[in-house]
Write a new protein. Structure first.
Length: 251
């Protein structure tokens, strides 16, 4: 690790990754934003799914001030963050065959919807099966993953494939295998993960594209406003009522 405080070096690493995804993923971001706009315009519903820490980026785009009201969290017990005890059980659940299909079987997802699947490694059975099953149901799939894992790790799905192999659009987060940006001679393991920062930024860039695309087509994007801004709750109540059949986190 070169000169500079650990904090400075982490910020440098995160900024470098953000610059890479801005420049190298611009076409995929535009395509993903357009796909979501097309889905909204056609009456479809939007869902986001992530397991473990990948769920943080999914939660960041659901019921969010300044975000699209139609984005719903696809969740299952033990798969959202580290709410399950022991936390290590969550990692085991990501490797269970059949779990993703069970989640989709009990979800409102249907043909014509769009599902964003976030998985840093994309190697576990859960995200691969989730993508395959969602597409079998006629949904479009956007995968947010680090493509590097497919070259440097072994798939844990029976097919030997990765999330990236079963998506309509792939957004590559560029995160190095292991998700730790810094090293020090005095610390035996790499540290300081940046995947949450980069993945959240990628998704917000996609949704910004979606909102602008809808507006360019003459459709007011169904955005939420902060409840801490005067009139925010009234604004949101109008959006909730207009799109109540496509917003599932209210019920």
């Amino acid at each position: 690790m070169s000169d500079g405080t650990p904090a400075d070096l982490f910020f440098d690493a995160a900024i470098g990754l953000l610059q890479r995804v801005r420049d190298e993923e611009a076409e995929a971001i535009a395509a993903a934003g357009t796909l979501l706009a097309d889905t909204v315009a056609a009456g479809g519903r939007l869902f986001a799914f992530g397991a473990g820490h990948s769920s943080l980026a999914a939660q960041d785009v659901v019921y969010r001030a300044g975000g699209l009201a139609l984005m719903n969290l696809l969740a299952a017990p033990g798969l959202v963050g580290v709410d399950v005890m022991p936390a290590t059980l969550g990692s085991r659940l990501e490797r269970v065959d059949g779990l993703a299909t069970a989640v989709l079987d009990t979800s409102p997802l249907r043909a014509g919807d769009a599902l964003v699947i976030i998985s840093l490694s994309g190697r576990n059975a859960l995200p691969v099966e989730m993508a395959v099953s969602a597409r079998d149901r006629g949904a479009k799939v956007i995968g947010v993953t680090s493509v590097a894992y497919a070259a440097e790790t072994t798939s844990r799905h029976a097919s030997g494939t990765y999330l990236k192999d079963h998506c309509d659009i792939v957004l590559d987060s560029k995160i190095a295998v292991g998700d730790a940006e810094l090293t020090l001679d005095t610390i035996p393991a790499p540290f300081a993960p940046a995947s949450t920062v980069v993945t959240s930024a990628l998704l917000q860039a996609v949704l910004a594209t979606t909102a602008a695309t809808l507006a360019d087509r003459g459709t007011e994007p169904p955005l939420l406003r902060s409840g801490n801004v005067d009139g925010g709750h009234e604004w949101n109540a109008r959006v909730f009522e207009e799109y109540r059949d496509r917003i599932f986190y209210q019920h």
